[in-house]
Design a binder for this molecule. Structure first.
Ligand code: FAD
Ligand code: DHB
Length: 391
């Protein structure tokens, strides 16, 4: 088998890359270990930045997003007895959209079917070869048990945090940074109308809580829990009670409406960056190169921003023999990666309690500042609503 670009991973970064390349006449084949249904059903991110939405619209993926996505002007930040609205549109002229990763993925899959994109789902034994030559390849076993070799001009690792691509960069070349956090998120999806018009991020002495949503009838909520928490220890009633306490503390007249829980999971948190994001003929994009803790909703948006840079770089390399953007890709992408890594770390450490009374006072002071100073609020808004793709 031969193609111009071998893409490992059919998550949002892999399928979007294949879409952008096809639009510019570059052929690709996508390889994925999971089934198409499994990838499309995974409950993950929910918030799209303005620049993500602009890009999806520009490349013909905005039709359902415009119909079903919900533009939000900002967020609420709160702590006991206080709730403040930050209006990103007033502060920066940019907004965010509630449109789940599941929906983005469905749109990408529909577009891949429409253009006859070659995607091999349910493969095993993915291995990368000859990345330092002009003839790299990927070997795998297809869903019928047949061993295959995909020859390509370029290999792109879009295989998330557990894929083999990042480790295909030799140890002597790669540098990594990692930070783990002493807490996790317990997330639920519930069939109930949101009890709020915009997302609420709540600091509370018992731990962080967040009220997000997926639609007018589906809510998404999160609770800070200790690492190693077992989901079995958290009945639905216990979850709703903790959410009501943390989100409702001192909010007179506001009530959280509980409803049937349809999905429940515990998510660990970490920050991770690997550089460079290119080695020879291998390029990394999305979670394969970097992971952020979820507070601030950057993971999916960062994956989209990588691909928005990478697609024109590969078109230049493969169609015009112009290496400029491809050579600059890693440095350019990493500037945004580190900005989002900082922002996600900052939002996380401002809002999650660690049990240290000194830290608590700093957190409350920081929250008062970002909600009362226009400079503080604008800094948060600029990062949350998203910097332009070329930042
Ligand atoms: P992924 O979506 O991880 O896609 C990688 C794909 O590669 C997967 O489909 C995987 O099956 C495939 N793959 C792996 N190994 C191989 C292999 N050997 N061969 C072939 N294919 C392979 N972000 C937010 O902004 N907000 C959130 O609330 C949020 N919640 C999250 C919850 C969870 C449980 C997780 C894991 C992530 C969450 N994220 C969230 C992050 C966000 O979902 C990711 O940043 C985003 O999915 C990155 O897209 P990606 O395409 O780079 O990687
Ligand atoms: C969601 C997740 C986030 O991490 C966040 O900051 C906002 C919303 C969500 O899943 O809806």
């Amino acid at each position: 088998m031969r193609t111009q670009v071998a893409i490992i991973g059919a998550g949002p970064s892999g399928l979007l890359l294949s879409h952008l390349l096809a639009a510019d006449g570059v052929e690709s084949v996508v390889l994925e270990t999971r089934s198409e249904e499994y990838v499309a059903g995974r409950i993950r991110a929910g918030i799209l930045e303005q620049s993500t939405v602009d890009l999806l619209r520009e490349v013909g993926l905005g039709e359902r997003l415009d119909r079903e996505g919900d533009p939000h002007r900002g967020i609420y930040l709160q702590w006991p007895d206080e709730r403040h609205h930050l209006d990103f549109v007033d502060l920066t002229g940019r907004s965010v959209y509630v449109y789940g990763q599941t929906e983005v993925q469905k749109d990408l899959v529909a577009a891949s079917h429409a253009r006859g994109q070659e995607v091999h789902y349910e493969i095993t034994d993915t291995a990368l070869h000859d990345l330092e030559t002009d003839r790299p390849s990927v070997t795998f076993t297809d869903r019928d048990g047949v061993e295959q070799r995909l020859q390509a001009d370029v290999v792109v690792g879009c295989d998330g945090s557990f894929g083999p691509s990042r480790e295909a960069v030799p140890q002597a070349v790669r540098r990594t940074w990692e930070k783990t956090y002493p807490y996790s998120w317990l997330g639920i999806l519930a069939d109930v109308a949101p009890s709020t018009d915009e997302l609420i991020y709540a600091w509370h002495p018992d731990g962080f809580a967040m009220h997000s949503m997926r639609s007018a009838s589906v809510s998404r909520l999160y609770l800070q829990v200790p690492n190693e928490t077992s989901i079995d220890d958290w009945s639905d009633d216990r979850i709703w009670e903790a959410l009501a306490t943390r989100l409702g503390h001192g909010q007179d007249g506001w009530q959280l409406t509980p409803g049937p829980v349809t999905d429940k999971s515990v998510l660990p948190m970490r920050s991770f960056v690997q550089q460079p994001m290119r080695h020879g003929r291998l390029f990394l994009a999305g979670d394969a190169a970097h992971i952020v803790p979820p507070t601030g909703a950057k993971g999916l948006n960062l994956a989209v921003a990588d691909v928005a840079l990478l697609a024109p770089a590969l078109v230049g390399l493969l169609r015009k023999d112009d290496h400029g953007l491809a050579d600059a890709y890693s440095d350019t992408a990493l500037r945004r990666v580190w900005r989002c890594t900082h922002f996600s770390w900052w939002m996380t450490t401002m809002l999650h309690t660690s049990g240290d009374p000194f830290d608590e006072q700093l957190q409350l002071s920081q929250l008062r500042w970002v909600t009362s100073s226009e400079a503080g609020a604008t800094g948060l808004a600029e990062n949350y609503a998203g910097l332009p793709i070329g930042f």
